[in-house]
Design a protein around this ligand. Sequence first.
Ligand SMILES: NC(=O)c1ccc[n+]([C@@H]2O[C@H](COP(=O)([O-])OP(=O)(O)OC[C@H]3O[C@@H](n4cnc5c(N)ncnc54)[C@H](O)[C@@H]3O)[C@@H](O)[C@H]2O)c1
Length: 250
Amino acid sequence: MKKIAVVTGGASGIGLEIARKMRSAGYAAVAWDLKGGEAVEKEIDLPVVACDITSESSVAAAYAETVKRFGEPSVLVNNAGLQFMSPVDEFPVEKWNQLIGVMLTGTFLCTKAAIPAMKRAKFGRIVNISSIHGKLASPFKAAYVSAKHGVIGFSKVVALETAEHGITVNTICPGFVDTPLMRKQVKTQAELNKISEQEVIEKIMLAPQCIKKFTSTEQIADMVLFLCSDSASTITGEAYSMSGGWGMGQ
Ligand SMILES: NC(=O)c1ccc[n+]([C@@H]2O[C@H](COP(=O)([O-])OP(=O)(O)OC[C@H]3O[C@@H](n4cnc5c(N)ncnc54)[C@H](O)[C@@H]3O)[C@@H](O)[C@H]2O)c1
């Protein structure tokens, strides 16, 4: 029987690649994203369950629909996220709440929903997509950096609580990955720093990396697959950077 894998934010960017690679590897992969329905499923050629992960009732409904259509998930990839940049003294509280809501509270709510079935199955794999900003900071990213640091702490707690049930919980911390979220940021950084988009890529984004390349969505997806494999059955509570050497050793 196929293992069921839920990928939050699986309709775009990194999440979409993860879901596609998991399907190719033999999982029944299901994206949870803000928009679901037949049109979206057709567009991305993947099952998509509509879910706002900031809402516990929406997560419960998405979980029930997933179980009805596919079965109980044994893999959860907490990937949904978004960015908003502003100096902290001008940071709108609604944006702060939204970023923390999606990336930290959303990770908590989806994990909370997924764990009971994983405990019953005595098997589970949870992979959280944090960021290199889960380990270090950059200006104008107060909410993002706070949420992503929180995800690493949260993952360690869940790893401790669930190890005896055959569940592992690990975190991936990418540097910049070329996705719609990243491209939007190039524009914002250019405006905030009053430089061109090319300068943003060279002087801001790739400057702290010793490998001057963006990490690809495929590389992140391969890491997720590895962390879900039997070879990784004794790895838990870890946070792996994939950041071209940015923040090495942290
Ligand atoms: N792209 C990068 O450079 C980069 C670097 C480090 C970490 N990350 C992290 O990787 C993850 C994916 O980023 P991406 O670049 O693929 O972004 P993306 O914008 O391409 O995709 C994010 C997805 O999350 C979904 N989403 C947002 N809010 C949601 C909600 N409330 N409920 C359900 N789904 C929601 C969006 O609809 C979208 O499909 C994020 O957590 C991001 O912080 C990205």
